[in-house]
Design a protein. Structure first.
Length: 175
């Protein structure tokens, strides 16, 4: 049982491969997408519940989150026919996130994937986006981008100002 959380996390990485080849918004895309999302919600919960949470599992989860987000951006952004301004907004968020990683690596000698409340909420909103986009269109995309921007800026500030890297920091206003 102690390997179950990491197995769920690895499953998410493996399922990202077929997501690359499935037509966005198709039934099979949503089936795999939903399985990936559920595994993301369960792995950390189970790790804490089973008493097997640790830094290696947290790093694996961060790698799976990054892989999942990258695959979704690669597959969904082109399928959504976004206006140029929203595309550039997404690129700006990615730049802030990569700046956070770089700052964490320079300051703390390791990748800084922070599990803040804002990052978790932004991840949940991003996960919900493919379900809501057909209904709300650009409004849904802009709302997710706004929240993701705030979360990314918070993460960058934390990476630049924290004397010690705490991957599980709750946020800038929760110290």
């Amino acid at each position: 049982m102690k390997y179950l959380p990491n197995a769920l996390t690895l499953q998410r990485i493996v399922l990202c491969v077929p997501l690359l080849f499935l037509r966005p918004f198709s039934v099979w895309f949503f089936v795999l997408y939903t399985i990936c999302g559920i595994s993301d919600m369960l792995d950390g919960y189970l790790a804490r519940r089973l008493g097997c949470a640790g830094p290696a599992g947290a790093r694996l989860d961060s790698a799976a989150d990054f892989t999942f987000a990258a695959v979704l951006l690669f597959r969904l952004v082109p399928a959504m026919n976004l206006p140029v301004w929203l595309f550039w907004w997404i690129a700006g968020i990615a730049l802030i996130k990569f700046s956070s990683l770089a700052a964490g690596y320079v300051r703390h000698k390791q990748a800084a994937f922070l599990h803040t409340y804002a990052n978790k909420a932004a991840g949940l909103l991003l996960f919900c986006l493919p379900y809501g986009f057909p209904l709300w269109g650009l409004l849904a995309g802009a709302a997710v981008c706004l929240f993701a921007t705030l979360a990314a800026v918070e993460e960058l500030i934390l990476c630049l100002t924290s004397p010690v890297l705490n991957q599980d920091v709750k946020g800038l206003f929760f110290r």
